[in-house]
Design a protein around this ligand. Structure first.
Ligand code: RUB
Length: 318
């Protein structure tokens, strides 16, 4: 796949989910560097930065994307020799992909410890990290049942239901608005995250916050499964995470909207669940209460504010 093809697939959501987007971007940077035939370092840097910018522009909310790009790109500025610069960048990209895959597996192992035999688990959207916990619990022989939401308008719940069904897990497929109705039958909720802010708020698929609210009301635990690179360093500096709003066509076709001149279709893709409604965040580095988001950004992502001010080029979005 060319760089442009990867960017387009992320933009159109053919590649989707925060972890997959991040790995696809790292792979695209790796391949772009491999194919590059620049003869001088300055030009190579310039081309790689343009590639990084293109990838980051594809979807604005999942912080895994700029975090992955930044991890691959950041040390490039210290390189002095083209051959080494290319080699190191390509190694960093592959190392990120490897670490990301290992993180999902580790989250599964840690998350499964929070599921008990006989539990009914509700999940929303299609999250590799959340599913890793559920699948691991099932593999360990636990008898679990899942409620999976449909996830309007893009129906990511269909992928989740398929994965669960393929694994042989008893699954109830429900419309998004039925989450509160069924909450009394649920023991815990597990979702993924596209971004986690310094105050422990979770940005995830639209509807997540309603589910968290319903879980809170019913005193059902609400867990978030997320790799550490889903935490957003730029929020330490007061930056906000931009909530992507996609085309109204995803909800109502233009032909139908034509007859509704006074109707505006709004299509936010993600929403924000305040830390108050989140019991725990399961990461590959262990389980944290959302209040510890600042510590994770400092210690796991190795960011400090001084470095960020000078060195975090991809954190300038609103
Ligand atoms: C996907 C979504 C997922 C998170 C976490 O939204 O909200 O819950 O990205 O997924 P979209 P993962 O389909 O719009 O990309 O755990 O796989 O990173």
């Amino acid at each position: 796949m060319t760089l442009e093809e990867t960017a387009e697939k992320i933009r159109t959501m053919e590649i989707r989910g925060a972890g997959r987007i991040a790995r696809a971007a790292a792979q695209a940077l790796h391949d772009y560097s491999m194919e590059d035939d620049c003869t001088n370092l300055a030009l190579y840097r310039q081309k790689m930065h343009a590639a990084a910018d293109l990838l980051i522009s594809t979807r604005p909310t999942a912080v895994s994307l700029p975090n992955a790009v930044n991890l691959v790109m950041k040390p490039l500025k210290n390189e002095t020799d083209l051959k080494t610069a290319k080699q190191n960048l390509e190694e960093r990209a592959l190392a990120f992909i490897r670490r990301s895959e290992e993180a999902v597996s580790r989250i599964g192992t840690i998350g499964a410890r929070h599921i008990r035999d006989g539990d009914v688990v509700l999940t929303h959207c299609n999250s590799e990290a959340a599913l890793a916990c559920i699948l691991k619990a099932h593999q360990q022989g636990m008898d679990i049942e899942v409620y999976a939401t449909e996830v309007r308008p893009r129906n990511q719940g269909h992928i989740t239901a398929q994965t669960l069904s393929d694994a042989g897990i008893k699954t109830n497929f429900i419309v998004d608005s039925a989450a509160r109705y069924f909450m009394k039958e649920v023991d815990l909720c597990i979702t993924g995250a596209d971004a986690i802010t310094v105050n422990g708020s979770i940005i995830n698929k639209i509807g997540t916050s309603q589910i968290a609210l319903a879980a809170h009301e019913a005193r059902v635990s609400f867990l978030v499964a997320a790799e550490t690179y889903k935490f957003a360093p730029c929020t330490i500096l007061g930056e906000r995470i931009l909530i992507e709003e996609r085309s109204p066509d995803e909800i109502l076709p233009a032909g139908m909207r034509k007859n509704l001149p006074n109707v505006t279709v709004r299509n936010p893709t993600f929403d924000i669940t305040p830390a108050d409604y989140v019991d725990l965040i399961i990461t590959e580095a262990g389980v944290y209460p959302p209040e510890m988001a600042y510590t994770i950004i400092r210690e796991q992502l190795h960011w400090d504010t001084e470095e960020m001010n000078s060195d975090f080029p991809y954190c300038e979005e609103e």
